[in-house]
Design a protein around this ligand. Structure first.
Ligand SMILES: Nc1ncnc2c1ncn2[C@@H]1O[C@H](COP(=O)(O)OP(=O)(O)O)[C@@H](O)[C@H]1O
Ligand SMILES: [Mg+2]
Length: 264
């Protein structure tokens, strides 16, 4: 029996689909059978990112309504060996509801070691459906304070859904940008004492701030890496050794309980 991870964020465009696919490819490279389930009804993107777009006939809504078998809505990703995709319906109104996901995902876990549920943006029905049958959650954010606040909201909602095992991934990490957000150590003189100025509100000082504000344990950092978007736009994996691939390899290992240091 496999396990199901929901990849979510609250905010859109932070890299849920990118991280879902990057981790799927890494788990598959480690020898696991991996199924990606695109849960973004109406705005699906994993079909294009995996190069399966042209081959698609059925999607998850066809499975739950009995129009096809689960196997008929699962497509191998040619350019990303070992990864399979179950696409989301192209029409947002055909969103598979949470109750149907609770029946579908356990079935999929019988055939795959790892089921990765790529959540839509927001905290509405699509998010709840994606999370409904997950065993654990990965919350994706960047170092933007608004995104981190959203991560905290998502954490609470996931707790309400009884998904207590949650981890945070900071995506598109750019060390230079991060440094530029750190307030300069300007100091006011008070007699002989030198007192640091208060931290301006909305400024992230360091990774501890990110973890404190989101309330979620950090499991990995994915750098800004153009090779990633370039490769995924044509359904391929970036070359071995690129910064993002190395990050996915470390995160996959940590998710499997191996002690690997966090690297910036
Ligand atoms: N680590 C990264 N480095 C460079 N570009 C990235 C990275 N992560 C995501 N992107 C780009 O950001 C955009 C949004 O990513 P996507 O995965 O579609 O976000 P979401 O699924 O959260 O809406 C895409 O163009 C993607 O290629
Ligand atoms: Mg997406």
């Amino acid at each position: 029996m496999g396990s199901a991870i929901v990849v979510t964020s609250g905010k859109g465009g932070v890299g849920k689909s990118t991280v879902s696919l990057g981790l799927a490819a890494q788990f598959a490279a480690n020898g696991e059978r991996v199924l990606l389930v695109d849960c973004d009804a109406g705005l699906r993107s994993l079909d294009r990112m995996t190069g399966t777009e042209e081959a698609l006939v059925f999607d998850s809504s066809d499975v739950v309504s009995g129009r096809c078998s689960p196997a008929e809505a699962i497509y191998p990703c040619e350019g990303i060996p070992g990864v399979f995709l179950m696409p989301a319906p192209a029409n947002g109104e055909e969103l598979v509801p949470a109750s149907a996901m609770q029946r579908l995902v356990p079935l999929l876990k019988r055939y795959f070691d790892r089921v990765i549920l790529d959540s839509p943006a927001g905290v509405g029905r699509g998010f709840r459906a994606a999370a409904a049958a997950a065993d654990r959650a990965l919350i994706i954010c960047n170092s933007d304070p608004v995104c981190i606040r959203d991560a905290a909201i998502v954490r609470r909602l996931l707790e309400e859904l009884e998904i207590s095992e949650q981890r945070l991934i900071i995506n598109r990490f750019n060390a230079e940008y991060f440094q530029s957000m750190i307030p300069k150590k300007t100091k006011k003189k008070f007699g002989k004492k030198s007192v640091p100025e208060d931290k301006p509100s909305g400024v992230i000082r360091d990774l501890d701030d990110v973890i404190d504000l989101s309330g979620v344990q950090l499991i990995g950092i994915v750098p800004e890496d153009r090779t990633l978007s370039a490769a995924f736009s044509v359904g391929r994996m970036p070359e071995n050794g690129t910064p993002a691939r190395m990050a996915f390899s470390r995160i996959a290992a940590r998710l499997n309980g191996t002690s690997v240091p966090l690297v910036l």
